[in-house]
Design a binder for this molecule. Sequence first.
Ligand code: SF4
Length: 263
Amino acid sequence: MEANFFLGKDLIDAFNDAYEKELSLTGKEIIEQLIKNAEIARTEEVPMCQDTGFAVVFVELGQEVHILGGALEDAINEGVRRGYTEGYLRKSIVGHPLERINTGDNTPCVLHLKLVPGDKLKITVAPKGGGSENMSAIKMLKPAEGVEGVKKFVLDTVKTAGPNPCPPIIVGVGIGGTFEKSAILAKEALLRSVGSPSPRPEIACLEKELLDEINKTGIGPQGLGGRYTALAVHVEIYPAHIASLPVAVNLNCHAGRHKEIIL
Ligand code: SF4
């Protein structure tokens, strides 16, 4: 519920910055509406978008933690069920991708579980809207395509998406690993504080270059033209097979929602 009602300060700061710097009057007006919308959601405790998302949950489980009384995944799904029911959040999940009957309580979540050192349990809930998820893409590049191939694929993905992911967007990019690892990296990249650079200087440079290129496309806020097509590009990397260069681009709309708790 909190993830859907209260946008993070990092994102609100990014909206305010974009409002100051946007050159298109229509774009400026749209960003102003996004700021007001986020404020209404926060003060009235209502979702900031009607699409309250697929509940994507990242769990970091300390290896010294022992969970009693039932399955962790069942407990998390119960939390999702209660949150979406008590918070009057839209139920957007169908139980079978082809038969398409709504499960009625937004379960199941998509759970990513990582075992880490320590005795804590960190849960991050990141509701993900369908519009921006649908415009995300993955490609297995040839290693010889290199960084230029990566840049082209990211830009092509953003241009193809156009207004559909509700810009200004946050662009999560995963490079390396296997097919599925790159996709998870791209999703994890969206959890970073908006605009925080990668600690790797060469990747921070790539993020900046991609953001500049994306914001030259002119797609702009809500696709109506302007400078702010994206608020940030976050790139995560992982070692790769000698024969592979996977690249995943996970687009997040301006509703970059996530909340975390450490138990
Ligand atoms: S893409 Fe994001 S902002 Fe657009 S409708 Fe979906 S959740 Fe809402």
